[in-house]
Design a protein around this ligand. Sequence first.
Ligand code: MN
Length: 435
Amino acid sequence: MSGMTVYKRRRDELIKKLGRSVAIVKGAPEQTRSHDTEYPYRQDSDFFYLTGYTEPGAACIIDPNNQDHPFQMFVLPQDPKKEVWTGWRLSFEETEKKFGCDRAADIAEFENSALESLKKATKVYTNLNHNKDHHHTVLEWLQQVRKEVQRSGGGPEGIESLGAITHEMRLIKDAHEVELMEKAAQISADAHIRAMQASKPGIFEYQLQAVLEHHFVYEGGAGPAYTSIVGAGDNATVLHYVKNADEVKDGDMILIDAAAEYQMYAADITRTFPANGTFTKAQRELYDVVLKAQKAVIEAAKPGVPYKTLHELDLKLLVEGMLEIGLLEGSYDEIIEEKKYQDYFMHNTGHWLGLDVHDMGKYMVDGESRSLEPGMVFTVEPGIYVNSRSDAPERFRGIGVRIEDNILITEEGNRNLTDGVPKEVDEIEALMGRK
Ligand SMILES: [Mn+2]
């Protein structure tokens, strides 16, 4: 499956679900970084999912009521003076051909075409993302059209989130998506191996970040799929530590949560390992609790299993393990009831993964945890974090451990997309070459 056929298939499915409604979809706006410089452009995930289009300044209308042009794209027109600065733009004809649209036109015509489509639609679906200007614009168009067609009894009833349709579609990955996610996973796994090999006392966290991110880009990734976390020692216990500024000390554990985005798809890997290549007894005790839980959860992930049971299993094994090694004290039931485990494990076991690192798609359906289905991809990432100020037994203080893999549900069970990077203690020590 290649070329534009995957996007066409998605639009066809959307059109079926739209009925007599119209989808008016805006590409992501460019984001200013500072003064007159911008962040690298990254297309809106839903817009990309339906069009494959990655350039800024675009919008599209997918309209089942428009027999001649059910799929229209609106793009920046050719403009030699501007193109000298920002690169060549396709002509409208080229855009039609390349992206399989029935009509490509100047973005300046978007408004008129949208107003025309709105007149015949029962509802309008649009991407309700961070682009609030676009929400307001669509609302204004809606009101304008309602006024116009009031007496003829037409006009759309209201605005719906496009995500109500596309996010459910995005939850089940097709073969093309799995291929891209495998590649994102592989690049990211290799980068983690390189970071482990580069690690040594005296290196700085940002230097390990550079090893990872160099590899992401070198292998054709767009860069990190999210801000890389490289935390040594106590920094590993800070969940969203992104400063990556400190020197790695002998005896530290290093937690790295970093992965590449490849052709718009994210991986999301965490590994934790000793800076000097050899686990201490206390580090290994903590690590083994997390590893055991992580492996058991992955083992349990298969079609038909309610998603929330993975977290329940994870929590049970982590609490049992923390009791066993003496990190927690008291009765199991009391710890669960009073949520005492939250001193050391305070996040969820995972999340959907895809075009977004925390990918879209509901976790609950009709008030029930949704069952796993082939094509779903999610992370499994238990952790234990004991910061230096904690009143935990001294030997555990200043250690944070998380192990995170990316799991694809298959007909038979699951496939671990990120098993290319070791997580067994022996394997890590062997890889780091200190044993
Ligand atoms: Mn994650």
